[in-house]
Design a protein around this ligand. Structure first.
Ligand SMILES: [Mn+2]
Length: 588
């Protein structure tokens, strides 16, 4: 920084495509600070090194940051000072800020520009600025690629590209550049394994009215599935081009006036490409990518796959919970980590299984108080036959993605554990029972899950629900259920989680999570009505419930849900486990 005359640098824990989980090559925040949370952005000045992250990671961040010389800045709190505001207060006259233009989106840079009003404030683009000092940095991944048959996707890539072209026409544009990796995977019906947990392919997609260009890393090894995928795409008229060629091709196309007016989403467009657009004189219209919402509203075929995936996942979960109950107390060698292995082995038995959708959280007692606890592989805490155990896991199957949390008593629980367990389940049920009119957004429904907690002055610091991809990212937008105002109405076909929690540092944690789908509930003089239908199939334990805290309606919902779980799963379970599940799902 000194040599280059920079007063501050900003870099993010994301990649050139604004991915939530980047490939190892872009885990630069972790390399710099030791912090490995999913959300972490860094600002360094001559006198200060700070990391910005949200409440999911406060405890974890505080454990590693001091040793790295970084200070924690808390985000998503009412009095939070975000990076643009912090820079605005920090920047004196003639302040030069270097941004890692590969990992900052145009939107993020615009927010800084809007916030900082200091005289002579300058933003310089420093693509991949950490590259110079990061020895042994992993390469850009280029793993094998597969295509997804329409019998799983329900819509061909040509039909999806047609949708993009008609969107372009409707918006007076002639071309569109897509940087979001899950948007590209959805559009082209391709899946890869460039990023752990997310089956995406590192690439850019450029669509014009005549052509479709896919800029993708070619794998060094000539694996047959990738070559076959490329051939299939070529047959559909899609040009497969080298990832590195995007900017030079872009300039050439611009020169030949083949791009016309271009549409791009500033949230997933990195600042480096945005600068290229600007410098080449491109006429660009910035706006929210329509692919997000198309991808979020699952079609019938995708929903059928999601149901299949959740059935398989539920079978594995019940077998796991049965095993857990049998083992705890008898076998003293069961640890949080052996539990992870046992669950994984059960899920991996399905031929359709394609790995985890995020790192499993297996947490006993006080470990569960960290909503994003990482189970240590060595010397993991042992499980004992008392208190609560929390397991949050997700899977990728060739026809769907899952995400489930169950908090299970391993034996007697304290009155406080039982109360927290019950209140969180009450919140979960109240949201699950919601009936709401067309136009309702997730932020309007969030309070349903929190109300039982607020009434006893309890709360949780994370969102209540997120979208879930279809054999794609476990977290996807544009909808969500959280307190932040976000005007994206829920609509039939959208898949969303329901996951309230309570966390008591040093004591215990509770979270109950199902994946749900929005379905139609008819219409009347007041308009159209929607409700949720659970996709997740796994019982909620009733043995530690404080029954008096639940209303008749809540008890009715719980009994019906547990009965439905038994009905759907019993046939697929060994008789002994089916018998056990019958007991577990008995009406209360
Ligand atoms: Mn979740």
């Amino acid at each position: 920084m000194e040599k280059k005359g920079w007063d501050a640098v900003v870099l993010t824990g994301s990649d050139p495509h604004s991915s939530e989980y980047p490939a190892r090559r872009w885990k630069q925040v972790e390399w710099l600070t030791g912090f490995s949370g999913e959300a972490g952005d860094v600002v360094v000045t001559a006198s200060h090194a700070g990391l910005w992250t949200d409440s999911r990671y406060f405890i974890a961040a505080q454990q590693v940051l001091p040793a790295a010389g970084f200070e924690l800045h808390k985000t998503r709190l009412p009095d939070s000072v975000d990076i643009p505001a912090w820079l605005a207060a920090e920047a004196g006259e003639n302040f030069t800020l270097a941004v890692d233009s590969m990992t900052l989106s145009l939107e993020a840079v615009n927010a800084i520009r809007r916030a900082v009003s200091a005289e002579g404030f300058e933003i310089v683009s420093a693509p991949d600025l950490i590259d110079e000092i990061w020895e042994g940095r992993p390469p850009i991944p280029s793993g094998p690629i597969v295509t997804m048959d329409t019998k799983y996707s329900g819509e061909s890539r040509l039909s999806k590209i047609c949708r993009i072209r008609s969107f372009m026409r409707d918006n007076g544009c002639d071309s569109m550049l897509i940087g979001g990796l899950d948007e590209i995977a959805w559009t082209l019906n391709v899946r890869g394994n460039d990023i752990e947990y997310c089956p995406v392919v590192i690439s850019y997609l450029l669509v014009t009215q005549e052509d479709t260009f896919w800029y993708v890393r070619r794998p060094g090894h000539r694996d047959p599935s990738t070559l076959a995928s490329f051939a299939e795409l070529s047959e559909d008229g899609i040009s497969v081009l080298p990832y590195e060629d995007l900017t030079s091709d872009f300039r050439a196309l611009q020169r030949d006036r083949r791009l016309g007016r271009l549409f791009a989403d500033p949230a997933t467009l990195n600042y480096e490409i945005a600068l290229t657009l600007e410098q080449s004189g491109a006429d660009t219209l910035f706006g929210e990518s329509p692919v997000q919402i198309w991808k979020a509203v699952k079609n019938e075929v995708e929903l059928r796959g999601m149901r299949e995936a959740h059935l398989r996942d539920g079978i594995a979960m019940e077998k796991f919970l049965f095993w857990l109950e049998e083992m705890t107390g008898i076998d003293e060698r069961v640890s949080e980590w052996t539990a992870v292995r046992a669950l994984h082995a059960l899920k991996a038995k399905s031929p359709e299984y394609r790995g985890e959708s995020f790192e499993t959280i297996s947490a006993y007692g006080k470990g569960a108080a960290l909503p994003h606890y990482v189970t240590p592989r060595e010397n993991a805490p042992m499980l004992f036959p008392s208190g609560l155990y929390l397991n949050d896991s997700g899977s990728q199957y060739i026809d769907g993605t899952t995400d489930i949390t169950r908090t299970t008593p391993l034996g007697p629980c304290s009155p406080l554990e039982m109360e927290d367990y019950t209140l969180v389940l009450k919140g979960h049920i109240d949201l699950a029972m919601a009936v709401f009119p067309k136009g309702t957004c997730g932020c309007h429904l969030d309070v349903l899950a929190r109300n039982p907690l607020w009434r006893s002055k309890r709360n949780f610091g994370h969102g209540t629900g997120h979208g879930v991809g279809h054999w794609l990212c476990v977290h996807e937008g544009p909808h969500s259920i959280r307190q932040n105002t976000l005007g994206c109405p829920l609509q039939p076909g959208m898949v969303v989680t329901n996951e309230p929690g309570i966390y008591r540092e040093g004591m215990h944690g509770v979270r109950h999570e199902n994946v749900m789908v929005v379905v139609s509930e008819g219409s009347n003089d007041f308009g159209r009505w929607y409700r949720f239908e659970p996709l997740t199939l796994c019982h909620f334990d009733t043995s530690v419930l404080v029954r008096e805290l639940l209303t008749q309606d809540e008890i009715k919902w719980l009994n019906a849900y547990n009965a439905m779980v038994y009905e759907r799963l019993a046939l697929h379970l060994p008789p002994k486990i089916a018998e056990w599940l019958k007991e577990k799902t008995k009406a209360i």
